[in-house]
Ligand binder design. Structure first.
Ligand SMILES: [Zn+2]
Length: 308
């Protein structure tokens, strides 16, 4: 059994503009780290483009077609101040969503234990009817709904340790008790959602962390709130919104995590995946804006997946 690595060159071509923090250099840094000989056992697969049927389980068809139609032939088009389209953005976004969908298919088919999707643009801020926060389509939610609708899984969980709250995933899941969303995030911070009082239909767990909180507060929130709720939910698949911008070096936020915290949380999530889901876990890259911290943290995460 193996760990799959899904990526595609098109994800490097999505260009939100010079000086934008969500740069192609992020993915280059992750892929360079995963080029180290210790990662040779990863089975590398090209991310396919997501099918429209997969996208429209989360996003209304008109919204999907509106984003595709907004892709410029040259130059840039801004959806909002942070979220910018370039000519290659459409293919990149389809392959980012397609990576998670293909990874879900592969782990459900037992072709591998788990998978990491090294893709961009990220997805967790993309609400069903609104692209925002560097995100076009909600890659994790699209994979979760494919697992439920195509593979018939009864309960699918997304756990999100990006420093920002995944407002998009929460919006897609909060009314549906067969889905579960849990997040640790700095609060207050963009996008402003993620208060502990936001609990969906009992299927949403938010653990807001104060600026400057670090390892102990993160692990306490996971141990006391998120992991017990996830265990009680008994997911048949665990999807991880793996953002690494809670790292102490990250320039976009003020949490103080280190690589060891990503090792620890990955071990804990795998334990639950093995307890309830036959080990099935699919992780997808969200944020992370300090290139060396991002590369080291993603490597720490994938290293644990490979030991599963
Ligand atoms: Zn983030």
């Amino acid at each position: 059994m193996t760990t799959l690595l899904y990526t595609h060159a098109a994800c490097l071509d999505h260009d939100p503009g010079r000086h934008h923090p969500e740069s192609p250099a992020r993915l280059r840094a992750v892929l360079a780290a995963l080029d180290d000989p210790e990662f040779a056992p990863l089975e590398r697969r090209e991310a396919p483009e997501a099918a429209r049927e997969d996208l429209v389980r989360v996003h209304p068809r008109r919204h999907v077609e509106g984003i595709i139609a907004a892709i410029p032939k040259t130059g840039h088009v801004g959806i909002d101040a942070d979220t910018v389209l370039s000519p290659a953005s459409g293919e990149a976004a389809l392959r980012a969503a397609g990576a998670v969908s293909a990874a879900v298919d592969a782990v459900v088919a037992k072709e591998a234990d788990n998978a990491f999707c090294a893709v961009r643009p990220p997805g967790h801020h993309a609400e069903p009817q609104r692209a925002m926060g560097f995100c076009l389509f909600n890659n994790a939610a699209i994979g979760a709904l494919r697992a439920r609708e195509v593979h018939g899984l009864a309960r699918v969980a997304v756990v999100d340790f990006d420093v920002h709250h995944g407002n998009g995933t929460q919006a897609a899941f909060e009314a549906d008790g067969s889905l579960f969303y849990a997040s640790t995030h700095q609060y207050p911070l963009y996008p402003g959602t993620g208060a502990a009082s936001e609990t969906g239909v009992g299927n949403v767990v938010n653990v807001p962390l104060r600026p400057m909180a670090g390892s102990s507060q993160f692990r306490l929130g996971m141990t006391q709130r998120i992991l017990p709720a996830l265990d009680a939910f008994r997911p048949e698949l665990v999807i991880v919104s793996a953002g690494f911008d809670a790292h102490r070096s990250d320039p976009l936020a003020q949490l103080m995590l280190e690589e060891a915290d990503y090792t620890w949380v990955t071990e804990k999530l795998l334990e639950i995946a093995y307890r309830h889901a036959g080990g099935r876990l699919v992780a997808t890259l969200e944020g992370g804006y300090d290139l060396s911290a991002l590369a080291a943290s993603a490597a720490a995460h994938v290293r644990v997946l490979m030991l599963a």
